[in-house]
Write a protein that binds this ligand. Structure first.
Ligand SMILES: Nc1nc2c(ncn2[C@@H]2O[C@H](COP(=O)(O)OP(=O)(O)OP(=O)(O)O)[C@@H](O)[C@H]2O)c(=O)[nH]1
Ligand SMILES: [Zn+2]
Length: 295
């Protein structure tokens, strides 16, 4: 029997759809998985053995580079963070909140600004100025609306070879964005739309949908925006703009709050770090302090 490697793209009860090259192989998990509490997820790289007419058997789940609990996805590469310019209004507070959580997963972030056609010139100038700061931090920023959609030439390299998940408030235009790129996905995006926001409490499995040479999850992704699982030490490293500067703080363990000779606070005062970034950081730190201990 030869062992093959593939990636789980869909789970239906106990049957795993494993993508192996262009082929989809239906697999079962090894019986001992249950006993060992091994739960293969969409996105997992697995070894499987084919068994004649029977379903193939997943024999091993490769080590994950990361994993999300909700939606259950392993080996996520990218979060496409969708924000509308208006309706609902662009919120830099929500942006920082999403980024703080996402940074802990060490994945790429694509910031996508929608509804630019509905915003006034002044509103757009303001938002663009803000987003330039984030672009300088290394986040990719795109603008889109149905009359000026992002081109395939721009999107393709951003999607290829990656597992992406969309995230953003309800109504910001996640489905519209995907639809403008892939009208042929129509049914699928209606399906995506149904999965987003609504029926949040029904447990359903995510499915990875092929776009270009990449995968996108048919799930809203990060909707839980609390810091329940993040510790202060992690949040400290979630702000890219603080990291380099913080080498110059007097204390190596500086949390940039009340400590003296804090290089981050100095950079905020000098205008090198955006004031709102720092304010949000302090607010998130306080939220972590105030949350109930878990023991
Ligand atoms: N004018 C304009 N309208 C948009 C744009 N993007 C989305 N809309 C409209 O905004 C509304 C919400 O868009 P959706 O694509 O359903 O938003 P969503 O993020 O998928 O929302 P949920 O499914 O609730 O999570 C729809 O009526 C869209 O037609 C845009 O760029 N310009
Ligand atoms: Zn500091």
């Amino acid at each position: 029997m030869t062992t093959n490697v593939g990636q789980i793209r869909k789970i239906n009860r106990d049957v795993y759809e494993v993508q192996a090259g262009e082929e989809i192989v239906l697999c079962m998990g090894r019986g001992v998985f249950r006993k060992r509490k091994i739960h293969p997820k969409v996105g997992d790289l697995v070894d499987y053995e084919e068994d004649g007419d029977n379903l193939a058997l997943i024999t091993h789940v490769h080590e994950r580079k990361n994993e999300l609990v909700r939606p259950p996805i392993a080996n996520l590469d990218q979060v496409i963070l969708v924000f509308s310019a208006v309706e609902p209004a662009f919120s830099v507070h929500l942006l920082d909140r999403f980024l703080a959580v996402i940074e802990a997963y060490h994945v790429e972030v694509l910031i996508c600004l929608t509804k630019t056609d509905l915003a006034s010139e002044e509103e757009l100038i303001d938002i663009r100025k803000t987003l330039q700061y984030y672009e300088a931090l290394g986040y990719t920023v795109l603008e889109t609306n149905p009359t000026a959609p992002v081109s395939h030439e721009v999107m393709r390299p951003l999607i290829n070879g990656k597992i992406s998940v969309l995230a953003g408030q309800s109504g910001v235009g996640k489905s519209t964005f995907l639809n403008s790129l892939f009208p042929e996905l129509d049914l699928e995006t209606a399906h995506i739309s149904a999965a987003l926001g609504r029926g949040k409490h029904t447990t359903r499995h995510v499915e990875l949908i092929r776009i270009y040479d990449g995968w996108i999850a048919d799930s809203p992704g990060f909707s839980s925006l609390d810091f329940q699982t993040i510790e202060k030490e992690e949040l400290r490293f979630s702000f890219r703009d603080f990291n380099e500067v913080s080498d110059h703080c007097r204390f190596t363990s500086c949390l940039h709050l009340k400590e003296p000779k804090c290089a981050v606070k100095e950079a905020v005062e000098a205008g090198d770090i955006m004031q709102t970034r720092y304010d949000h950081y302090v607010q998130f730190m306080n939220e972590i302090s105030e949350r109930k201990p878990r023991y």
